[in-house]
Design a protein around this ligand. Structure first.
Ligand code: WQD
Length: 336
């Protein structure tokens, strides 16, 4: 069985990718420092994978962790999720973001080189496009000045990987991952007040929070609210398996390949609210507030390259994303 190291494998996207890896016949080996996840995620993974995945608690910044893992496993590839990802938090704690996201990547790459591992799937973000000159941006669109330290760490990560051709990288630029596995065994954990739209929306509907604030309805868009490319987290997870197969199958065209991982469809904040209400029959309490600093007006993915080369396409629609997000929220117990 092909063993794949999944850093951040107990996180939101990492845990869903672990399931997709197991479904595809790979053996995931999880490394996570539990800074933004809980050990209980392993219980859900055990239900979905049919076995309890191997888990190492440790930090990507610790070189010894790679010695320990590579002594016990024949790792054929790494999928690297372990990073801080909150745009606003990165403005408040830039050094923590550079240490963890950039320093952690460098430690991982040194560990890979030491153990002769040369296949990597890297978690990047549409954030690297900033406010693109043209929407939708394709992968050749210019990388714009980062809007936050978080965005800068993703741009730096991509540049580092471009400069190390000995490691063959599939760089996946995520758009907006939302939803949860249809079983509701895993999903997005509520740790603190959500920055992102969908977890805040579902917690508001569940009565955990007050009304959702729509950050601005005076943008130059059809209904005045911002537009994003929301993608089901399981579609995103399956894209990682497609990228891994491309790497291991020797199909990648270069040492560093970039793919937009989105649906290619934009939805406004108000359209997301409407889709949630239609999909669940629940009413979303919301108010219109001021614009949120740092928000871009609109972005969705140009998916021509991924359609033609990766052999993957997002297949779950917005209603399904809303149903799965709500099913996950309903089985959560409110943190004390
Ligand atoms: C989406 C829209 C908000 C909350 C995120 C991550 C970023 C990247 C892409 C991984 C915006 C509006 C939100 C709320 C609202 N992911 N909103 N009320 O900012 O596009 O970026 O996904 O790399 O790391 O931050 O996502 O969900 O925060 O916002 O009106 O309470 O929803 O203004 O227009 P964003 P988001």
């Amino acid at each position: 069985m092909t063993e794949v190291l999944v850093t951040g494998g107990l996180g939101f996207i990492g845990s869903h990718t672990v399931v997709s890896l197991a479904y595809a016949g790979f053996t995931p080996v999880i490394l996570d420092n539990l800074s933004n996840s809980r050990i209980s995620v392993l219980d859900g993974l055990e239900q979905l994978c049919g076995y309890r995945p191997v888990f190492y608690e440790g930090d990507v910044n610790n070189p010894e962790v790679y010695d320990r893992i590579c002594a016990a496993h024949t790792i054929q590839a790494v999928i690297h999720f372990a990073a801080f990802k909150a745009v606003g938090e990165s403005v408040e704690k830039p050094l923590a973001y550079y240490r963890n996201n950039v320093g952690g990547l460098i430690s991982l790459l040194e560990g890979m080189q030491k153990s002769g591992i040369s296949n990597l799937v890297f978690s990047s973000s549409c954030t690297v496009y900033g406010e693109p000159d043209h929407v939708p941006p394709d992968e050749s669109a210019p990388v714009k000045p980062a809007m936050s330290p978080y965005g800068a760490t993703k741009q730096m990560g991509e540049q580092i990987l471009r400069d190390i051709p000995s490691i063959r990288t599939q760089c996946l630029r995520y758009f907006n991952p939302i939803g949860a596995h249809e079983s509701a065994q895993i999903g997005e954990l509520p740790l603190g007040v959500p920055n992102n739209l969908v977890p805040y929306l579902t917690q508001s509907v569940a009565g955990w929070r007050g009304p959702l604030t729509v950050h601005g309805n005076d943008y130059p868009t059809p209904d005045g609210s911002c537009i994003r490319d929301y993608i089901h987290v399981m579609d995103l997870a399956e894209a990682h398996v497609a990228a891994l197969n491309r790497l291991l199958g020797g199909k990648s065209d270069s040492a560093f390949e970039v793919f937009n991982i989105g649906t290619g469809k934009g939805s406004s904040v108000l359209e997301v609210i409407q889709a949630f209400e239609e999909a669940t029959g629940e009413k979303v309490p919301f108010t219109i507030g001021p614009r949120r600093p740092g928000d871009i007006v609109q972005v969705w993915a140009d998916t021509q390259k991924v359609d033609n080369q990766l052999g993957w396409k997002a297949r779950r629609d917005l209603h399904t994303m809303m149903k799965d997000a709500w099913r996950w929220q309903q089985q959560l117990t409110r943190p004390s």
